[in-house]
Design a protein around this ligand. Structure first.
Ligand code: CA
Length: 244
């Protein structure tokens, strides 16, 4: 099936996670597994994710923290929380935290799939957070991961490059530090951070955004000394449909 919907399954209990993954695969979805909160957050922030199934009791990063982080950077991304029977408190906190719906463990494939379909149907009516950024007749289409230059030539962005740009675009009003990019785009935190890796990716990204054969020399990504990076002032971000 072309263009299968990608669903990130964040669940630390292996048998449950694998059960959900099987249900999703059989139903024609493309599941991505994550066994703890930090990995789940990193996977959920990748380009092309359609929905997140999020357990709340997770190692490394608690499910509610994952939810809060996601709602900051990807407010339009649908999240369904997985809660244990009887934990009404969790359910309420999850829904207050911006989850779209919940299912109570143990659940049947039928129930889970019905919830997913309903949430996807609703979210289809609100476009994803950052769709395009535009500058000086050039644009970046995040759904296709393409730079479209004013002269109609195109360049493909890697998933990493697109993730960096979406993160900068989603936070275009402020400077994003290298550490934040590492933890949000690469999912690395708490350990010794290799921030030079970020600089190398940015350099390569700039090379793609402003190749020598293009006349327009747009500052897509600006370096803020000692602080990090941000989107250039002339870049317009088309942010649509962030939920209330
Ligand atoms: Ca758990």
């Amino acid at each position: 099936m072309a263009n299968r919907r990608r669903i990130v399954v964040v669940e630390d209990e292996g048998p449950i996670r694998r059960g959900v993954v099987d249900m999703l695969t059989m139903a024609g979805y493309e599941p991505v597994e994550a066994a703890d909160g930090a990995a789940g957050l990193a996977e959920a922030r990748r380009v092309g994710v359609d929905l997140v199934l999020l357990d709340l009791r997770l190692p490394k990063l608690d499910g509610l923290e994952v939810l809060a982080e996601l709602k900051t950077t990807h407010p339009g991304l649908p999240v369904i929380i997985l809660t244990a029977r009887g934990s009404e408190d969790d359910r309420v906190k999850g829904l207050k935290g911006g989850a779209d719906d919940y299912v109570v463990k143990p659940f049947s494939a039928r129930e889970l799939l019905a919830r997913i379909e309903a949430v996807l149907r609703r979210s289809a009516e609100r476009p994803s957070v950052v769709r395009r950024i535009v500058c000086d007749g050039n644009e970046i289409d995040f759904e296709r991961r393409e730079i479209l230059f004013a002269d109609e030539t195109k360049t493909q962005l890697s998933e990493m490059e697109a993730s960096i740009l979406t993160h900068l675009a989603a936070n275009s009003e402020r400077v994003v530090s290298r550490d934040e990019l590492l933890s949000c785009v690469w999912g690395i935190s708490g350990e010794r951070l290799e921030t030079r890796a970020v600089d190398m990716h940015i350099t390569r990204l700039r090379g793609k955004l402003s190749p020598p054969e293009q006349e327009s020399k747009v500052d897509w990504v600006v370096t803020v000394r000692g602080k990090g990076y941000m989107l250039g002032r002339e870049v317009t971000t088309e942010v649509a449909g962030a939920p209330e």
